[in-house]
Design a protein around this ligand. Structure first.
Ligand code: NA7
Length: 532
């Protein structure tokens, strides 16, 4: 089938692209690998799954009617509620008819004018534009332990959770991984399982969600000022609306600092890192926050040995994506929960009945991999994407993602990556960043139509300059100090480069505006077709 815009992925990014491109009068088809709409929210159905960005902010901002009519029930929405919201959006904007499920893109090739896409089920699609809306955390990572196939119980991955749910009542459950997924699951599963064993490799920092139901007065108040809330978010570094402090953590008294941290601990969740402007820039400043959080974590755990294992050390707070938890730490005070530190007590093998670590055997009926994703580039590099001159994206990105503005990649005309590496993406409220990209793309395509241009491609110089800028900005922060998926550390052999853009949502927006003001600086609209 031939359309103007082929979109890969029917999560928030794909749906917003569909709606906006349709409004431009373009024909659009969305190809989705899964059997349902919703992207990560369709896949990640594990118990306790919820967003760690506040519901009012982690929702579409393009329609005032939509934001006025939708009623969030909790400060941080659960996965089922987000999926209900997505369904509502799909129905309200009549999106379903252009979404094609069970169509995993395996190959895309640029033929000089259009993108030709092949899906796993052997279909052929073609589009003038190819929009990769595949998500940053969508290709799962599941390590293979010796003996794994001998396990007689059930093996699950948090991001491939069965739609019909899993009854964990009275089961002996093991969870490998203590990132956000593992931390969200733990307190919920502990209440159902006969016994829960957590296999932890790296203890991370976590801030309490302080989740709560939203009452009518709060809802009315937010909705009365929604436009201002969105504007504040667009003008904030994280897209969460928090204004970063103008002060250094080191220029205030210890008492003042403590009061600031106490307030941030109670309320800010993910935004804690903005309590002082230099927490992510200066190690001594960061130490003050890290130490405060360690103390807070420790205070929630009764047993001194378990406490010691749970306290994060060796990397600055925020450099590995912190979690926002609900009662994670007190769960380790329960009699039916065991913590295994696999750094000191490594997993040796999976047996038919559970896991052997160096110190002994752990009986399990269900083994859950909460081991995360091949982040940011996994879903872009899994399919074969062939650009101009027969060059593949895998070849072009062999030393790490090469993008201009996180949206374009040289040699791949008319291919756009929504919230791609090199844009604020995972360092921001990603929903806001998605909308920023789609709106900007819509402007670009309108401009092209006015100019009679069919093709657009980032120049090699613009791309090299942007990659250097992204690295330079990252190197001025503490981020590279941690082993993290921001740096590609989650997959052995992945190039170690910092992938998201640290310049913030607001700073990035200014750059996008300047690119337009400078006549789409860095983009080539003319010569591409001739070169093919
Ligand atoms: P994450 O945050 O990538 O967490 C994965 C976890 O799995 C993390 O604790 C890893 O430890 C652990 N892991 C990975 N491989 C292994 C092996 N081989 N052995 C033991 N432990 C392992 O993924 P999540 O799904 O929790 O969260 C993803 C994002 O979703 C999150 O950031 C939010 O944006 C929402 P490690 O730290 O690598 O030592």
């Amino acid at each position: 089938m031939n359309v103007d815009v082929l979109v890969i992925g029917a999560g928030f990014a794909g749906l917003r692209t569909l709606h906006t491109m349709r409004e431009l009068g373009l024909s659009v088809a969305v190809l989705e690998a899964g059997d349902g709409i919703g992207g990560v929210w369709n896949w990640n159905r594990y118990p306790g799954a919820r967003c760690d960005v506040e519901s009012y902010d982690y929702s579409f901002g393009f329609s005032d009617e939509l934001q006025q009519e939708w009623r969030w029930s909790e400060r941080y929405a659960t996965q089922p509620e987000i999926l209900r919201y997505i369904d509502h959006v799909v129905e309200r904007f009549d999106l379903r008819r252009d979404v094609h499920l069970n169509r995993r893109m395996t190959r895309a090739e640029f033929d000089g004018a259009r993108w030709r896409v092949t899906t796993e089920n052997g279909e052929h699609w073609s589009g003038q534009y190819l929009v990769m809306a595949v998500g940053n955390l969508s290709t799962t990572k599941a390590p293979e332990f010796p003996g794994q196939s001998s396990f007689t119980g059930r093996i699950l991955h948090t991001a491939q959770w069965p739609h019909e749910g899993v009854d964990l009542d009275g089961q002996r459950v093991g969870i490998i991984g203590t990132g956000s997924s593992g931390m969200q699951m733990t307190p919920v599963v502990a209440k159902q399982a006969a016994h829960l064993t957590i296999f932890q490799r790296t203890p991370n920092f976590s801030i309490p969600a302080s989740n709560a139901p939203i009452d009518d007065a709060t809802d009315a108040e937010v909705k009365a000022h929604y436009a201002e809330r969105r504007e504040a978010a667009r003008n904030s570094p994280s897209g969460l609306g928090f204004k970063p402090s103008r002060f250094s953590a080191l220029e205030v008294t210890p008492e003042e600092r403590r009061a600031t941290y106490e307030a941030a601990w109670e309320r800010m969740g993910f935004g804690f890192i903005l309590a002082y402007y230099d927490l992510i820039l200066d190690e001594a400043a960061n130490d003050t926050a890290s130490e405060f959080i360690r103390e807070k974590i420790g205070a929630q755990v009764d047993d001194p040995e378990i406490r010691e294992k749970l306290i994060p050390r060796g990397f600055p707070f925020g450099t590995k994506r912190p979690s926002v938890d609900s009662d994670y730490y007190p769960t380790f005070n329960r009699d039916n929960v065991t913590l295994v530190d696999v750094r000191t007590d490594p997993i040796e093998r999976v047996t038919p009945t559970g896991i052997d670590t160096a110190s002994g055997h752990h009986d399990l009926d269900v083994l859950v991999f909460a081991t995360g994703f091949d982040a940011m580039t996994g879903s872009l590099l899994r399919p074969e994407i062939i650009g101009r001159d027969g060059r593949s994206l895998r070849e072009h990105w062999v030393a790490g993602p090469q993008t201009y503005l996180g949206l374009f990649t040289h040699g791949f005309p008319n291919l756009f990556v929504i919230a791609g590496p090199g844009s604020p993406s995972l360092l921001s409220n990603v929903l806001l960043s998605i909308e920023q990209h789609v709106d900007w793309l819509a402007e670009l395509l309108t401009h092209m139509r006015e100019q009679g241009a069919d093709l657009v491609e980032a120049t090699a110089e613009a791309e090299a300059g942007w990659v250097a800028h992204v690295n330079e900005r990252a190197d001025a922060t503490l981020y590279p100090r941690a082993k993290s998926y921001y740096m590609g550390d989650e997959i052995e052999g992945k190039p170690r480069v910092f992938m998201p853009y640290v310049g913030g949502v607001r700073g990035y927006r200014r750059i996008l505006e300047k690119v337009v003001a400078d006549g789409y600086d860095g983009l080539d609209f003319s010569a591409v077709r001739a070169r093919v």
